[in-house]
Design a protein around this ligand. Structure first.
Ligand SMILES: *Cc1c(COP(=O)(O)O)cnc(C)c1O
Length: 418
C-alpha cells in the first residue's frame, strides 16, 4: 500500500541516491562506452567545420548531411541512415520506414503485442481510411506478449505466414505496462526468425532506446530501425526530425518515400541544422545517462513509498522511460503538475487532461521544454485510464530532475490532503 510519507522529500531523495550507487556505476559505464563509440564515428568520418555549412533549395550535394548520416549510421551500428529534420516526428519516421519496406499483399507482424498509440492510425487499426498501411493493402497482425509481458519466442515463429514480410519489434514499453525489450532479447528474436525465414525484414521502433545500452538493434541484426530526434539521439538540442537506419536498400526505399522515387537520399536541404545535428548526437550519450539516472531516482523514490514501479530501480534498462503506477487520476495529475511547475519553460501553466492527436484516451502531459514536445527533456505524461500510470522520462540534467521529483511529491501530498 502506497503512503506519501511525511518525511522531508529531500531526505527521501538523499536516501534513494545512496541506495542507487551500484545502479549508477553501471549507467556510467554505458555512458562512457557510448561516448567513445560516438566520438570514434566523428573521427573516422573526419568531421570538420566544412560539414556545418548547410544547403538550401534541393539540397543536392549536401556534404554536411551526407557526413552526418554516415556518422549516425556508424554510431548505431547501421549500414546507412537517413537523418532528417524533414521528419515531423518519430511516428512519421516509422511510417516512412514501413511504407518503404511493405507492398500491398505483404503482411506486417508486430511481435511485441499492440503497438504505440500513434501507430494505430499509421497501420490502420484505427481510422484506416486516411492512407494507412491497411487501406493501401498491407495485411496486419499482432502476436501477443506472454502473460508476464515477455515476447513469445516460440509462438512467434509459429505465427509467421508466407505473406509475412516485416516483423516489427517495439523496443520501448510506450504507454503500456510491460517490460521493454532489451537489445539481447531483440537479438534472440532475430536469430529465431531468421533461422526459418532469412528473407524477413526485422524492423525495430527504437524510440527512447538509443544509447541506453552498449549495443543497438542493428548491432544484433535488425534490418531497419527508426526513431525521433527530439528524443535520445538529438541530445536535447536538435529542434525537430527523425531517422531511419539499417540496411542500405531499405534506407533508400524509405528515402524514396520521404522525398520521391528517383531522388531518395540525394535531396532535402539541411538549411542551418547540420551543426546542431552533429552536436546533438555528440552529447546524446551524456544526456541519456542523465535521463537514466533521473529515471532510476524516480523508481527508487516511489518504490520506497510503496508504489508499483516499472522498471524496478535495479533492473537492466533499455529505454529512458519510468512507469509509476499512481492508481488515481488525482495523483497522476498532481505528479504532472509537479513536473510542470519545476520546468524552465512554462512553469506557470497548469497541465489539464485533454485530447491529443494520435492518442485514443485523454492524456495529461507535463513538459516545460525548450523544444516543444521533446521528451528527452524532463517530461511526464499518462493516459487517463486505469491504472493511472505516470510515464516519466528525460531530464537534460540530473539536478533538474531531482528538483522536480521533490516538487512532484509535494503536489501529491497536497492532492491527498485536499
Ligand atoms: C515516442 C514514440 C513514438 C513516436 O512518437 P512521436 O511522438 O511521433 O515522436 C513511437 N513509438 C514509441 C515507442 C515512442 O515512444
Amino acid at each position: 500500500m502506497a503512503t506519501l510519507s511525511q518525511a522531508p522529500a529531500i531526505e527521501l531523495i538523499a536516501q534513494a541516491e545512496r541506495d542507487l550507487a551500484p545502479v549508477w556505476a553501471e549507467i556510467e559505464r554505458i555512458r562512457h562506452h557510448n561516448q567513445r563509440k560516438v566520438l570514434k564515428a566523428f573521427i573516422d568520418h573526419k568531421i570538420g567545420e566544412q560539414h556545418f555549412a548547410g544547403t538550401t533549395g534541393y539540397g543536392h550535394g549536401d556534404l554536411g548531411r551526407e557526413a552526418m548520416e554516415g556518422v549516425f549510421a556508424q554510431a548505431i551500428g547501421a549500414e546507412a541512415a537517413l537523418v532528417r529534420t524533414q521528419f515531423a516526428s518519430g511516428t512519421h519516421a516509422i511510417a516512412v520506414a514501413l511504407f518503404g519496406a511493405l507492398k500491398p499483399g505483404d503482411e506486417l507482424l508486430y511481435v511485441t503485442g499492440h503497438p504505440y498509440d500513434t501507430l494505430e492510425e499509421v497501420i490502420g487499426t484505427r481510422a484506416p481510411g486516411q492512407g494507412s498501411l491497411m487501406e493501401w493493402g498491407v495485411l496486419y497482425r499482432e502476436h501477443d506478449l506472454l502473460p508476464d509481458g515477455r515476447v513469445d519466442l516460440e509462438g512467434m515463429v509459429g505465427a509467421l505466414r508466407p505473406e509475412t514480410r516485416v516483423i516489427a519489434i517495439q523496443r520501448s514499453r510506450g504507454y503500456s505496462w510491460r517490460p521493454s525489450v532489451t537489445v539481447a532479447e531483440i537479438g534472440e528474436i532475430i536469430r529465431r526468425v531468421k533461422a526459418v525465414r532469412p528473407d524477413l525484414v526485422v524492423f525495430v521502433d527504437n524510440c527512447y532506446g538509443e544509447f541506453t545500452e552498449e549495443l543497438e538493434p542493428c548491432d544484433v541484426g535488425a534490418d531497419l530501425v527508426a526513431g525521433s530526434l527530439i528524443k535520445n539521439p538529438g541530445g536535447g538540442i536538435v529542434p525537430m526530425g527523425g531517422y531511419v537506419a539499417g540496411r542500405e536498400d531499405l534506407v533508400e526505399r524509405a528515402a524514396c518515400r520521404l522525398i520521391a522515387p528517383g531522388i531518395g537520399r540525394d535531396g532535402g536541404a539541411s538549411l542551418d541544422y547540420n551543426r546542431l545535428l552533429f552536436q546533438g548526437l555528440f552529447i546524446a550519450p551524456n544526456v541519456v545517462g542523465e535521463a537514466l539516472k533521473a529515471a532510476t531516482l524516480a523508481s527508487r523514490l516511489f518504490a520506497s513509498l510503496g508504489f508499483d514501479v516499472d522498471p524496478v530501480p535495479e533492473a537492466k534498462r533499455t529505454d529512458i522511460i519510468q512507469s509509476i503506477r499512481l492508481g488515481s487520476p488525482e495523483l497522476l495529475v498532481a505528479f504532472c503538475r509537479g513536473i510542470q511547475e519545476s520546468s524552465p519553460v512554462h512553469a506557470y501553466v497548469q497541465p489539464i487532461p485533454d485530447v491529443v492527436p494520435g492518442y485514443e484516451d485523454n492524456v495529461v502531459m507535463a513538459g516545460g521544454t525548450f523544444i516543444e514536445g521533446s521528451t528527452i527533456e524532463l517530461s511526464a505524461d499518462g493516459p487517463l485510464r486505469e491504472p493511472y500510470v505516470a510515464y516519466y522520462q528525460g531530464g537534460l540534467t540530473y539536478s533538474h530532475a531531482r528538483i522536480a521529483l521533490e516538487q512532484c511529491l509535494e503536489k501529491m501530498r497536497q492532492a491527498v490532503r485536499a
